[in-house]
Write a new protein. Structure first.
Length: 296
């Protein structure tokens, strides 16, 4: 069995290195745009999503070079979503990962364009067989998976529900649906992309989807907990921001202890889902634990 924490660090470093190589470097009139893209994509972060791609793929026997493209693609989508979420028209945040948000470091127009370019780059990475050296049918399935997770039936749809929920009370079922789309869909896609690269069968995909749905929701529950328990310095973004604008959260709905209990139950569900997966799933299990004990 692998050392999961050691493997996590190795795969995070691999993701960082591959992300640097996938950015455009044309310079000239595009220098400011490319600088903003790099500022966002290489500006830190836990790299949970690309590591999930690697972890799921490795557990089922995929070589790392088959996982680099989808790992970078999903992080490009995540990075673009953060840029757009932070804009004044959305969450109007000034701080992200301990630094000024993209529209503060550059300007709103450049931030929008940087996000747009990162979104396009994600699908370029999946379509290009240099970055994703897999059969066309698998790359097509990956593209469809990521597009669905990022669009109106996934992350963007969840953000739309979130914006419409400000100042309103949502019951647990509606709050869960919102976060399964806004946060969970891209986390689920990360795991599925790794499994697809490994040629996973339907049974393995089903178990991994259950795992991913559980950790995706646990990730958001822990975010809600951190919004009221962690400092701005720990989180790298403004503490208490959700409460300030009247956003519904698991803490406001369930209380702090109830939210912690929910996160723990989701972690346990995720770990149980791995029992039927062949291969070494120690890193996937460790990630489920990490998601509910992180402080940022």
């Amino acid at each position: 069995m692998i050392d999961p924490q050691g493997r996590w660090e190795v795969l995070r470093e691999r993701a960082e290195a591959r992300l640097r190589t996938c950015l455009p470097h044309q310079g000239g009139d595009l220098e400011r745009l490319e600088s903003a893209m790099a500022y966002v994509l290489l500006g830190g972060g836990k790299r949970v999503r690309p590591v999930l791609v690697y972890a799921a793929g490795e557990a089922l026997g995929a070589p790392l070079e088959h996982l680099d493209g989808p790992a970078c693609a999903v992080e490009c989508i995540h990075a673009y979503s953060l840029v757009h979420d932070d804009l004044p028209a959305m969450d109007d945040d000034d701080l992200r990962r301990g630094r000024p948000t993209c529209h503060r470091a550059y300007d709103e127009a450049t931030a929008i364009l940087a996000g747009d370019a990162l979104q396009a780059l994600a699908f370029q990475l999946l379509a290009d067989d240099t970055h994703t050296p897999l059969p066309d049918a698998i790359r097509l399935a990956m593209t469809r998976t990521l597009a669905e997770a990022a669009g109106a039936a996934g992350m963007v749809g969840g953000q739309a529900i979130d914006l419409g929920a400000v100042g309103r009370t949502l019951d647990e079922a509606r709050l869960t649906r919102m976060h399964r789309l806004k946060t969970g869909a891209l986390i689920e896609a990360s795991v599925v992309l790794g499994a697809l690269a490994a040629g996973a069968g339907e049974d393995d995909l089903a178990h991994l989807r259950r795992y991913a749905r559980a950790i995706g929701l646990a990730f958001q529950v822990q975010d809600d907990i951190l919004d009221v328990t962690a400092s701005t310095e720990e989180m790298g973004k403004t503490q208490g921001a959700d409460a300030q604008v009247g956003k519904p959260t698991y803490v406001t709905l369930l209380g702090l202890d109830g939210a912690r209990k929910a996160a723990g139950e989701l972690r346990d569900e995720a770990r149980e889902s791995l029992a039927a997966i062949p291969g070494d799933t120690a890193l996937l299990a460790w990630l489920a634990d990490y998601i509910v004990r992180r402080r940022q």
